[in-house]
Design a protein around this ligand. Sequence first.
Ligand code: FES
Length: 68
Amino acid sequence: MLTEEEILARLKPGCICKGIKLHTILAAIENGADTYEEIAKRTNIGGGSCNSRRCRAKVTVLLEEHNK
Ligand code: FES
């Protein structure tokens, strides 16, 4: 059974431009991706109309939280 946090991650956007959910980014981090570039390569985020501004900022925060 999924936790409330896992359910929300499946619903929340990760990269709005590409329609990629937050849980996809979190899975990449859990599987060892530790830079925006590596996460982008694994998940196909970035390169959208915001020029990666939104998802790069989100990934930066997620990596900081993961590395605490
Ligand atoms: S939110 Fe990811 S490219 Fe715009």
